[in-house]
Design a protein around this ligand. Structure first.
Ligand code: IPD
Ligand code: CA
Length: 266
């Protein structure tokens, strides 16, 4: 992949995320309601998730009509260029629905299955996180480094929960057993923001079971390019089964504890 292509993809992702973030901030209806549900009655879609995905795909496909798409709200095309965009038009939809600030637009570009560019736009914080593979991560123009690693018992750990009762029961049990072993636990409501918070040192670590590629694609690259480590179970890459991200010295102890607690299964 040429630097020129990577820069083109990054500029496009930044532009599409900026436009979607502006739409979502300015045009959120005061009486915003649920348009549809997905895996359960509490896994919701709003009209603004759909409008945001449409805007992002329109913006990207106008510039690069041969690329493929995978979007949370249904976009799924192969494309013929080798580039595929992985899009979460609102990550943190429940926060957005309730008027809470922790939601983001997440856009990643993959080439032959490998994430090469990631952008997470967080309008409520006026923050744009971005990364290109091998070139580091940024918050706006500022290069990012993850926080120096504390011991596990002093670590602030983010996590999230799924929308299906069986999974939530398992996740609650993991939290019950983990909470006494760490500084504290945060549940922000947007996996993309959690991964960026590991990248910029606002969290020491983060884990979650059951994420989809659109939740983690951009944020994982940003965390990794900021110097954090990411993965799944020991020796396994980050995936839907389990996502773990942490500053380098914390990563293995956290990953080991999650494995012992069974955080990778329901
Ligand atoms: C959700 C958020 C949340 C995480 C859930 C995701 P959505 O994405 O990232 O933090 O705990 O697993 O599904 O539904 O708001 O796009
Ligand atoms: Ca999401």
């Amino acid at each position: 992949m040429t630097d020129r292509l990577k820069n083109e993809l990054l500029d496009l992702a930044l532009e599409a995320a900026r436009r979607a973030g502006a739409l979502l901030s300015k045009s959120r209806p005061a009486d915003l309601g649920v348009a549809a549900t997905k895996t359960s009655a509490i896994d919701v879609v709003t009209e603004m998730d759909i409008a945001s995905e449409k805007l992002i795909i329109g913006c990207l496909s106008e510039a690069r009509p041969d690329d493929g798409f995978l979007g949370e709200e249904g976009a799924s095309t192969e494309g013929s260029s080798g580039v595929r965009w992985v899009i979460d038009p609102i990550d943190g939809t429940v926060n957005y629905l309730y008027g809470l600030p922790a939601w983001a637009v997440s856009i990643a570009a993959e080439i032959d299955g490998e994430t090469v560019v990631g952008v997470v736009e967080i309008p409520s914080r006026c923050e744009t996180f971005s990364a290109a593979s091998g070139e580091g991560a940024r918050l706006g123009d500022r290069p990012l480094r993850s926080r120096p690693s504390p011991p596990l018992d002093q670590a602030l750990i983010g996590t999230g929960f799924g929308y299906v009762v069986e999974r939530k029961l398992g996740q609650a049990e993991v939290v019950r057993r983990m909470l006494p072993e760490v500084r504290d636990i945060r549940r922000g409501g947007s996996a993309a923001i959690d991964l960026c918070d590991v990248a910029c040192g606002r969290l020491d670590g983060y884990y979650e079971r059951g994420l989809n590629p659109w939740d983690y694609a951009a944020g994982e690259l940003i965390a990794r390019e900021a110097g954090a480590r990411t993965g799944g179970r020991p020796g396994v890459p980050l995936s839907t089964e389990l996502a773990v991200a942490a500053s380098p010295g914390l990563f293995e102890p956290l990953q080991r504890m999650l494995d012992e607690l069974g955080a990778w299964h329901d």
